[in-house]
Design a protein. Structure first.
Length: 382
């Protein structure tokens, strides 16, 4: 199971590191390895959230996510995205931007740094909406019940998450973007840019998330058929979790995953400039890390980890909320990527430990914790 899921990731790692050492030397080898670790540490919460979406999709779309999806993630966000940033910021063509990255990496980094307020506002708003919609939704399992119960009641107010997101965006434009951080330690007024980019991030979330929800809801009438398919899969000795969304619903869920991955990759791409200015080293290292995030996502789905450790998804969404706030704060202030990664890891680790304690308590009580929860099934082994 482990080799089947992570096989491609292991292979790409060996090939990528070998190519870096052969083409550029041992310095490139070390930096590419560091960038891979950076991407994995910053994106673990991404894998947990992705798994919550991916488990609704069938085996075909899970395979698409690992193939076409990884091409979009690696070449789109880790290679093309930095070039597009520079092209827009410097008002030059993509070819000129690539030439600039090769000939003058320092100026290339400066242009990306100057574009950071727009990137942070777009990604911050998209991730913030994911977090708000999660905590305002009534859920069977509650990790921080003292907080999640009242928030779930507040969530019955229509468009509350959008209102809160817009308020935070307005405050960011008024108090953070007026002295946005630029290269060389200087500051500039980026209020208009932050407002425009933040609204674009909000609109992107509403469109992509809305289409995903629309087509998912349209398939509710086919739930009986899906249940029959699951029962047939069980009788045939197959994994019933492989029976999931298909067609238009799965396509828009796939699209939602790609936009989600793009938003998560913002901090990794920007943070990579703290390690190197070499665009191809950066793309190679972050691409290797992205492969592991993809494989980890599929592993969590196939192992049924989210079903057995019910608070993991909560921890990941709290990490998303923290990342969204951090992105908005970095419009004005620099925050070390280590802090960003540690916050996410600590929140997920805490939710995992809470899940373990819950499972032990339910097992000790004979499968009923007194709150109507049944004892979880053992983790499936591949």
């Amino acid at each position: 199971m482990l080799l089947r899921t992570f096989g491609w990731s292991f292979g790409v790692t060996v090939a990528g590191l070998a190519f870096a050492a052969f083409a550029w030397g041992w310095e490139a080898f070390a930096l590419v390895a560091m960038l891979s670790i950076l991407e994995i540490s910053l994106s673990f919460d991404n894998a947990v959230v992705n798994a919550g979406v991916l488990k609704k999709m069938n085996a075909f779309w899970q395979k698409i996510f690992l193939t076409i999806g990884i091409l979009i993630a690696v070449f789109g966000m880790r290679l093309v995205f930095p070039v597009v940033i520079v092209a827009i910021s410097a008002k030059v063509g993509p070819i000129e931007a690539v030439q600039l990255a090769l000939d003058n990496p320092d100026q290339y980094q400066q242009l990306v740094t100057d574009a950071h307020p727009a990137i942070a506002a777009f990604g911050g708003m998209f991730l913030l909406m994911i977090f708000l919609d999660f905590i305002f939704e009534e859920r069977e399992h509650k990790w921080l019940a003292w907080l999640e119960r009242p928030l779930a009641k507040l969530g019955k107010v229509d468009m509350l998450s959008v209102c809160i997101a817009l308020i935070l965006l307005l405050l960011s434009a008024m108090y953070l973007a007026t002295e946005a951080h630029q290269h060389g330690g200087t500051h500039a007024d980026k209020s208009g840019t932050v407002l425009l980019s933040g609204i674009a991030g909000l609109i992107t979330y509403l469109i992509v998330g809305g289409l995903s929800g629309h087509f998912e809801n349209k398939l509710e009438e086919e739930e009986e058929k899906e249940q029959e398919a699951e029962e047939a899969a069980k009788r045939a000795g197959k994994d019933p979790s492989m029976v999931g969304l298909a067609g238009k619903a799965a396509f828009f869920m796939f699209l939602y995953l790609e936009v989600l991955d793009a938003s998560f990759s913002f901090d990794g791409v920007i943070g990579a400039f703290a390690i190197t200015n070499e665009i191809f080293w950066m793309a190679l290292g972050l691409g290797i890390g992205a492969m592991y995030v993809r494989s980890l996502t599929v592993y969590l789905v196939r192992q049924g980890t989210l079903d057995d450790y019910v608070y993991l998804e909560h921890g990941a969404h709290y990490a998303i909320g923290a990342l969204a706030v951090i992105l908005l704060v970095t419009i004005r202030y620099e925050i070390n990527e280590v802090i960003t990664g540690l916050i996410g890891v600590c929140l997920i680790a805490a939710s995992f430990w809470s899940s373990v304690r819950r499972n032990r308590r339910l097992e000790a009580e004979g499968g009923d914790g007194g709150d109507g929860e049944k004892q979880p099934e053992p983790v499936k082994q591949g």
